[in-house]
Design a protein around this ligand. Structure first.
Ligand code: NAP
Length: 248
């Protein structure tokens, strides 16, 4: 049977690196994006140029109708899903909690937490042996921020990743006998565009010396952990985390 991976937020950063790596391993890849159609199309072109199969779908993970459409597109293009990477995630400008309004906090939680739930729900409906599926693997992209708390920067984001961690543990146990493994990766400071949203130019350069390995990580280094968790090499690994954070 074909291996099929759906990666949310696959147009850039960690998601794009995961898509490219998965395609090299023989997965047919569906990658979603929110607005950057050109970047997503470029990832698809790179995969196809190397002989792989890929499809880009515009879908906001915060919108249930979009998530349903995304998974239906995956079914139609490549058949049964074998792996989901819940990668799409956002942060907001650096702020103390006392200056955060409700709309900001709700938006972060809607994308990072509700979006991950909705996508995982659709994956479980397709993968669970209890529902006639053939099993599979889910990897949630959390953050080292869930342990560190991100004080003075984005505690809302850190707390959303704390929710993703708890979701990972609970869902993994819920579907453990149904052929589905659920794990998470906690990246540290990774060289991607996400830091631009923080409002601090040079955030990565400021934080990198605080990392025991004294450098930021690459999207490819995180993708390698994601792809290992999805792989059969990790067949007895569920409800756990890989810290891809250089020791931070
Ligand atoms: P990025 O470079 O900013 O890329 C974000 C991706 O998510 C893009 O593909 C974007 O699509 C997509 N996206 C954003 N909002 C979305 C939505 N509502 N619905 C669907 N897709 C959406 O981010 P990244 O650094 O690779 O981060 C990926 C994941 O790693 C996130 O969950 C992030 O929290 C986590 N993480 C990153 C770091 C880091 O230092 N980079 C550290 C810890 C954890 P468009 O291209 O269309 O905008």
């Amino acid at each position: 049977m074909d291996k099929v991976m759906l990666i949310t937020g696959g147009s850039r950063g960690i998601g794009a690196a995961t898509a490219l790596g998965a395609a090299r391993q023989g997965y047919a890849v569906v990658l979603s994006y929110r607005t950057e159609a050109k970047a997503a199309a470029q990832v698809v072109r790179s995969i196809e140029a190397a002989g792989g199969r890929a499809l880009a779908v515009q879908a906001d993970v915060a919108q249930e109708a979009d998530v349903l459409r995304l998974f239906a597109a995956c079914d139609a293009a490549f058949g049964p899903l074998t792996a989901l990477v819940n990668n799409a995630g956002i942060l907001s400008r650096q702020s103390r909690v006392e200056d955060m309004d409700a709309a900001r906090i709700q938006h972060i939680l809607q994308v990072n937490v509700v979006g991950s739930f909705l996508c995982a729900r659709e994956a479980v409906r397709r993968m669970s042996t209890r529902r006639g599926g053939a099993g599979g693997a889910i990897v949630n992209v959390s953050s080292a921020a869930s342990r560190l708390g991100a004080p003075g920067e984005f505690i809302d984001y850190a707390a959303s990743k704390g929710a993703v961690d708890t979701f990972t543990i609970g869902l993994a146990k819920e579907v453990a006998t149904e052929g589905i493994r659920v794990n998470a990766v906690r990246p540290g400071v990774i060289l991607t565009d996400i830091h631009d949203t923080s409002g601090e130019m040079g955030r990565v350069e400021r934080v990198a010396p605080l990392v025991p390995m004294q450098r930021a990580g690459t999207a490819e280094e995180v993708a390698a952990s994601i792809l290992w968790l999805v792989s059969d090499e990790a067949s007895y690994v569920t409800a756990t985390f890989i810290e891809a954070s250089g020791g931070r």
